[in-house]
Design a binder for this molecule. Structure first.
Ligand code: G3P
Length: 218
């Protein structure tokens, strides 16, 4: 499964690249606003740092504006994925970009029907929002599983990018139901590696070795 960082904070991205575990980045207008940056400048900075897909979202709501903004975003770097809202206008824009060979991520997906339409419109990725489905009392992981089933039924190649993931258990569940990708906040990425029994076990190993008086090179 691909792992994307869901952030527009450039240092949060750079500081997590060394192990080669970060496959890409997703942003949205809220994250870029929080970072206090402009969309085009920040997307360019992220693309400089990351080779994989970088989702950059349009803020227009009409198809003409979406296509204009999306083309400008796509011109920043070859790894830009134009992110479009899952609206009727967004799906028309998605079709336009698909025909032009430009990658898209159709976001704010909350139902199987929406995901089905995104696939039919030629989306490269669809982003179901797990946490927000749960906030509304729904079954976010069930939604991922249902989309997986429908895509497999018909052989749709749109990749399922689980989004609005709030903790490590969400990431495990997204992987278990066969999502192609998960986008996660940097904090959740850090939580994925941590386990108290790893820390406890390591402390014991080091203490036992220290008692021998040898170094790691002896
Ligand atoms: O990728 C979408 C994500 O940023 C939304 O997450 O936690 O605001 O629902 P959240």
């Amino acid at each position: 499964m691909q792992i994307f960082l869901d952030t527009a904070e450039i240092e949060d991205i750079r500081s997590r690249l060394d192990a080669g575990l970060v496959d890409g980045v997703t942003t949205n207008p809220s994250l870029i606003a929080k970072a206090g940056a402009g969309i085009f400048e920040r997307v360019a900075e992220i693309c400089d740092a990351v080779d994989g897909p970088v989702s950059a979202e349009v803020v227009a709501t009409e198809v003409g504006g979406m296509v204009e903004e999306g083309k400008r975003l796509a011109a920043i770097a070859p790894n830009v994925v134009v992110k479009l809202p899952l609206t009727a206008q967004g799906l028309i824009a998605c079709r336009t970009f698909a025909e032009a060979g430009i990658q898209t991520n159709v976001t704010l997906c909350f139902s199987v029907n929406q995901a089905l339409l995104a696939a039919k419109a030629g989306a490269s990725y669809v982003s179901p929002f797990v946490g927000r489905v749960e906030d509304a009392g729904g079954d976010g992981i069930g939604l991922l599983a249902d989309i997986r089933q429908v895509y497999d039924n018909f052989g749709y190649e749109t990749e399922i990018l689980a989004a609005s993931l709030r903790g490590p258990a969400h990431v495990e569940a997204a992987a278990s139901v066969g999502c192609d990708a998960a986008t996660i906040p940097p904090k959740v990425f850090d939580q994925m590696v941590a386990h108290p029994l790893t820390d406890k076990g390591l402390a014991t190993f080091l203490k036992d070795w220290e008692s021998t008086g040898r170094t790691g090179l002896d």
